[in-house]
Design a protein around this ligand. Structure first.
Ligand code: IMP
Ligand code: MG
Length: 176
């Protein structure tokens, strides 16, 4: 089996920067003077959270959690577990979950459910990429960077077997 490698660029560094700046302005407007906690989903959301928070002229708190889902190689399953929890209390605060991509929707749906049970003022979601055609569970996505077709992608946080998260752009994967 040939090793899978990043192939064609799907979303360039420049396109990401422009869209993140727009999203940051929109979100900052929507949450003006709100007590906002940005919740990044490790590890894929690291570059997105880092760029997005700097595009938001707003006082905010960031925190992270980690999920695991039992599924094979390139797809997640319905069983999503919280393996590392937040360190801040979100009761009475506005929560914005930030992830790299929404695919089947299982991860976001489970996170919305889990965090909503802690008494926040609101829970919304923001993803860089949305594979709309793959949804298995309805998950409300409030802010989307780019809608992409059903192809496996890497870069800007997204990995294949733990690799390629550090690419500054999003690329398709060749040889998969
Ligand atoms: P979902 O639970 O199926 O919506 O998938 C969410 C998670 O699956 C994401 O946070 C990613 O970690 C992973 N994922 C889904 N599609 C891709 C992809 O194309 N490349 C890399 N990871 C992906
Ligand atoms: Mg992820």
């Amino acid at each position: 089996m040939p090793a899978a490698r990043p192939g064609a660029v799907l979303v360039s560094e420049k396109e990401i920067a422009a869209r993140v700046a727009e999203l940051g302005r929109t979100i900052a407007r929507d949450y003006a003077s709100a007590d906002l906690v940005l919740v990044g989903v490790l590890q894929g959301a690291i570059p997105f959270v880092a760029d997005l928070m700097r595009a938001m002229a707003l006082d905010l708190t960031i925190d992270f959690l980690r999920t695991s889902s039992y599924g094979s190689g390139t797809t997640s399953s319905g069983a999503v577990q919280l393996v590392t929890d937040l360190s801040v209390d979100i009761a009475d605060r506005h929560v914005l979950i930030v992830d790299d991509i929404v695919d089947t929707g299982h991860t976001l749906a489970a996170l919305i459910r889990t965090l909503a049970a802690r008494g926040p003022r609101s829970v919304r979601t923001c993803v860089l990429l949305d594979k709309t055609g793959r949804r298995e569970t309805p998950a409300t996505v409030d802010y989307v960077g780019f809608t992409i077709p059903n192809v496996f992608v890497v870069g800007y946080g997204l990995d294949y077997n733990g690799l390629y998260r550090n690419l500054p752009y999003v690329a398709t994967l060749d040889g998969i």
